[in-house]
Design a protein around this ligand. Structure first.
Ligand code: NAD
Length: 483
């Protein structure tokens, strides 16, 4: 295993720098011990990063390039990540808690964004609009300028890759505010930008507290566009800050996503969906399958299978879990774990039954048992609020209409799923589900190519896919009068 440096700096205008707000201690949630210190930015650092990004943008060093050149640089950043896959994955496991094999998947997923958007560079084309013989008219797509990207702790590498790759390929300069719980791995994006030959100021990476550096970045008058992934309350604060500066923002917020399991569903196959849908990254996934709404005739069988999966997972330090298998790592922090365990206790008090797990592990580190809850009714807090932990809530239905109503009955609408062998029934559910993405017979079907984003309080705008490119460009129309 590679040694982790004791201290990690921020990266502003092509320089590694200390933070105006000092340092923050980063904890290894797999042991509860101190891991490293990270420079903590203040509003002055944020301003320097924004000015560096603005200066780079105004110079045209990125936006004036032929798109294929930008595309190659973005692809080279992905190659850099793959080349350093194992050291990044180790640091990710140590700061975030996930099993090492999951961390490797995350780094590969991050590299995939640079591959995909690098390939899209040359596809952002305008059109010509006929205005009669006296005119030539065309549209171009221009970068906004300075893109501010505020990142959550659950997938710090993949979430940064998602916005950074699309923003750079369209010619924007980026200021990334990394999450204070898991800031370390974001350093590799700065290294990747250097290795790929991006101009200084194109990629700035700084960690700071949300209420300080995050708020200063969201409110900065020279920021031209904001991408935020995180919780609903913070999303609202960021949308307010964006509105005050009249800049667009993309909000990727939480979810309480449900799988509808019909009486004809293939329960053998669905076991895999339970495994990935709710226990991957210890359930700290915005699009987690946190609810299963099962037809009453299959309820008991489903609960037994789900409980067996939960009980089969070995839970412990991610760094010891190197191979793909029946295992789960730590949650990101004791506070997140205690919050999830508290929500389970409150659900029990409200009438829920624990079919598996339900408690925190009595060992050092932020560990929680993989949990299955039954006897949940749609009005309970556990059925309405995001746990963001390894907790599956099982609800039952009798009619198809009832299933859809329960699935749509939260403030969220990130993803949804339907499991049936009846195509008509699947298509009805796909149409009626109020969510940005619907999975039929496989949770998480799709990829970097498929657009992702929420309905309702899950946010607005789309990341991933071709759709995401349009977050980072504005249309200009040029009309020429011919003489
Ligand atoms: P959070 O909202 O607390 O923090 C997210 C980021 O925002 C962090 O970098 C934080 O420092 C920053 N921040 C906090 N307050 C801020 C402020 N006032 N102004 C500017 N920035 C501020 O969320 P979290 O706890 O880090 O992440 C968990 C939440 O994120 C969950 O609700 C989860 O569903 C959601 N999430 C959504 C997606 C998605 O793609 N939709 C992905 C990952 C996480």
């Amino acid at each position: 295993m590679t040694a982790i440096p004791d201290y990690w700096q921020n990266y502003i205008g092509g320089q590694w720098v200390d933070g105006g707000a000092g340092r923050i201690a980063v904890t290894n949630p797999g042991t509860g011990e101190a891991l490293a210190e990270q420079a903590l930015a203040d509003a002055g650092d944020v301003d320097r990063a924004v000015q560096a990004a603005k200066a780079m943008h105004r110079s045209g060093a990125l936006s004036d390039l032929r798109p294929v050149e930008r595309g190659r640089m973005v692809q080279a950043m992905g190659h850099y990540l793959l080349h350093h896959k194992h050291e990044i994955a180790e640091a990710l496991t140590l700061e975030q808690g996930k099993p090492l094999w999951e961390a490797v998947i995350e780094v590969e997923g991050a590299a995939r964004y640079f591959e995909y958007y690098g390939n899209q560079a040359e596809t952002v084309e305008g059109r010509s609009i006929p205005l009669g013989s006296g005119y030539v008219d065309f549209t171009t797509y221009e970068p906004y300028g300075v893109s501010a990207q505020i990142i959550p702790w659950n997938y710090p590498v993949e979430m940064t890759a998602r916005s950074l790759s699309a923003a750079l390929v369209t010619g924007n300069a980026c200021v990334v505010k990394s999450p204070e719980l898991t800031p370390l791995t974001n350093a590799w994006f700065a290294k990747a930008a250097e290795a790929a030959g991006l101009p200084e100021g194109a990629v700035n990476v700084l960690c700071g507290l949300g209420k300080d550096a995050g708020a200063a970045l969201a409110a900065h008058p020279e920021v031209n566009q904001i991408v935020f992934t995180g919780s609903v309350p913070t999303g609202i604060a960021i949308a307010e800050a964006a509105a005050r500066n009249v800049v667009p923002c993309v909000l990727e917020l939480g979810g309480k996503s449900a799988a509808i399991l019909h009486d004809d569903a293939d329960l053998d196959a669905f076991e895999t969906d339970i495994r990935w849908g709710i226990y991957f990254n210890a359930g700290q996934v915005c699009s987690a399958m946190s609810r299963v709404i099962v037809h009453a005739s299959r309820h008991d069988e489903l609960v037994e299978r789900a409980a067996n999966i939960a009980k089969s997972l070995s839970v412990g330090p991610g760094i010891e879990r190197q191979e793909f298998g029946a295992n789960m790592g730590a949650m990101v922090s004791d506070a997140q774990r205690d919050r999830a365990a508290g929500m389970v206790s409150a659900a029990e008090a409200a009438g829920a039954k624990v079919a598996a797990g339900g408690r925190k592990l009595n060992i050092p580190g932020a560990f929680m048992e993989p949990t299955v809850l039954t006897e949940i009714t749609p009005d309970m807090a556990i059925a309405q609020e995001e746990v963001f932990g390894p907790v599956l809530s099982v609800l039952r239905f009798d009619t198809e209409a009832e299933a859809i109503e329960i699935a749509n009955g939260t403030q969220y609408g990130l993803v949804g799923g339907v499991f049936t062998q009846d195509l008509d029934r699947a298509m009805r559910a796909a149409r009626q589900t109020r969510a940005g993405q619907v999975f039929v017979n496989e949770w998480y079907a799709g990829g970097v190519e498929t657009p992702f984003g929420g309905y309702g309080k899950s946010g607005y705008g789309r990341e991933k896919g071709r759709e995401a490119l349009w977050n980072y460009v504005q249309t200009k129309n040029v009309a020429i009068r011919l003489r």
